[in-house]
Design a protein around this ligand. Structure first.
Ligand SMILES: [Zn+2]
Length: 466
């Protein structure tokens, strides 16, 4: 069975067929790095990371590219306001992005290209469009001649004449036609610039993705993804640029995730309901945030509130508890293997159902329901008078495998705790060496509070859970 993907281009689910056997070439539009990302940006990060993980689970080698827009108007404005260089600000917020989405279980992309590191490719791409008559230089700027690309509007399903009626030529405009969009922008005095055949300036926003997708993934890619708000004009313009330049279809599948609302309202600075992922991951367990984000199918809008997040926490805990109970029982269970085929096949059936749901356009909401079913089965099994270690192991593995596909670490809390314990014990040893007994005692008490008991022996400090 093939994975079926909803394709924005055709507005329907289509079986996924890779260009190259066993490979997925996937490009996701990344953030403009002038600020911390808000939860609206965290959603595509989590959603498309899950898509990637699922393809990998199904045996594909995924070449995942996510760009950073590290120069644009917003960055230049931020640089002026903060009295810092554009590159310094970009570097700082790229690190912050990686840290925040990393906390949310998002894997690093295979490539994280940046505009400023691909200027030559971008300029060559623009020149290629000029050479073919799809673009023109005008007084230091370069524009894409939108009308020259016949299928313009195919992604957002708008005709060029519909678009035309809403567009106007502004006084002083350097464009031939109001629908034309910027490929290269002449620099204003004092701005960061690059030399080009058209004078000093910098690229428009859309061109970077066409140039970098080509460089890292080739002329035609399997999947191009991003937030729904990017469909028009950003992705429409990317298609026009790439297909005009390369004479090939740009992306076979276009995937877009739905919006996020805050307590049923659109998130906006003016409403004061702007939530930064940077703050959120410090206030809540990032695993729960990820679980929450995946509790709705990615194309649907998702509503965020503290109450819903609390609900997600207790839901995730139900799954974690079943898993912990299985693990706990394993320690005391008999090593018998007979008469339990029905439970093993039940576990297999849950796994198959999970795959079926994910195959259907990555329906994580239904996949999570399967995790609840698995938890229910595990709890039922634990009520049996005699449990067998091979069934318990199969339950344990199924929990780990399926939560892992969603990027959730069901064991994370405990593993992290182990590391924390070791670190605190190290600190305590050092404190005692430094004769800082107050700190040493404080650490002992802190650990005791978390149910960790220390035992100082001649061989060193041992610890166990109380
Ligand atoms: Zn893009």
């Amino acid at each position: 069975m093939a994975i079926r993907v909803f394709n924005t281009l055709t507005r329907q689910k289509e079986p996924f067929q890779p260009i190259e056997e066993g490979k997925v070439k996937m490009y996701v539009c990344g953030p403009t790095v002038y600020n911390y990302i808000h939860i609206g940006n965290a959603r595509p990060a989590i959603v498309f990371d899950t898509v990637r993980r699922y393809f990998e689970y199904r045996g594909y080698d995924v070449h995942y590219v996510l760009n950073f827009t590290d120069v644009d108007d917003k960055l230049i404005k931020a640089a002026n306001e903060m009295g810092e260089g554009v590159t310094d600000i970009a570097n700082r917020f790229i690190e912050a992005y990686k840290e925040d989405v990393g906390a949310l279980g998002v894997k690093e992309a295979v490539d994280h290209p940046r505009v400023t590191e691909n200027m030559e490719e971008i300029i060559d791409f623009i020149q290629g469009l000029i050479d073919k008559g799809f673009a023109y230089a005008s007084d230091g700027d370069v524009y894409f001649r939108t009308r020259s690309f016949e299928s313009y509007g195919k992604l957002s399903q708008q005709s060029i004449d519909e678009l035309r009626s809403g567009a106007r030529i502004e006084v002083g405009d350097k464009k031939e036609d109001p629908l034309d969009f910027t490929l290269w922008k002449e620099a204003k005095p004092g701005e960061i610039t690059w030399d080009s055949p058209w004078g000093t300036g910098r690229p428009g926003w859309h061109i970077e993705c066409s140039a970098m997708a080509k460089k890292y993934l080739g002329d035609t890619i399997d999947i191009h993804a991003g937030g729904q708000d990017l469909t028009f004009p950003h992705h429409e313009n990317e298609i026009a640029q790439s297909e005009a330049h390369n004479d090939k279809s740009f992306a076979n599948f276009w995937m877009h995730n739905g919006y996020i609302n805050i307590e049923n309202e659109k998130m906006s600075k003016s409403l004061g309901n702007f939530i930064l992922a940077h703050d959120l991951v410090k206030q809540h367990d990032p695993q729960v945030i990820r679980f929450f984000m995946l509790s709705v199918q990615y194309r649907h809008p998702i509503n965020f509130s503290d109450e819903l997040l609390r609900g997600a926490k207790s839901s995730f805990e139900r799954i974690q508890n079943a898993f912990e109970n299985v693990k706990h029982r394993k320690e005391t269970s008999l090593d018998l293997t007979e008469d339990n085929d029905q439970w093993l096949s039940k576990i297999e059936a849950h796994k198959e159902q999970f795959i079926k749901e994910m195959d259907d356009d990555f329906n994580t909401a239904n996949a999570i329901s399967v995790l609840f079913d698995l938890a229910k089965s595990a709890n039922l099994y634990l009520q049996e008078s005699q449990t067998h270690s091979n069934v318990l192991s199969a339950f344990e593995e199924a929990f780990k495998e399926l939560t892992g596909v969603l990027g959730l670490e069901i064991e994370a809390a405990e593993e992290l705790l182990d590391e924390e314990v070791e670190a605190l014990i190290e600190e305590r040893i050092q404190a005692r060496k430094d004769r800082n007994f107050e700190r040493a005692d404080q650490i002992r008490d802190e650990l005791k509070e978390r149910n960790i008991l220390l035992e100082d022996t001649s061989q060193g400090t041992r610890w166990k859970r109380g």
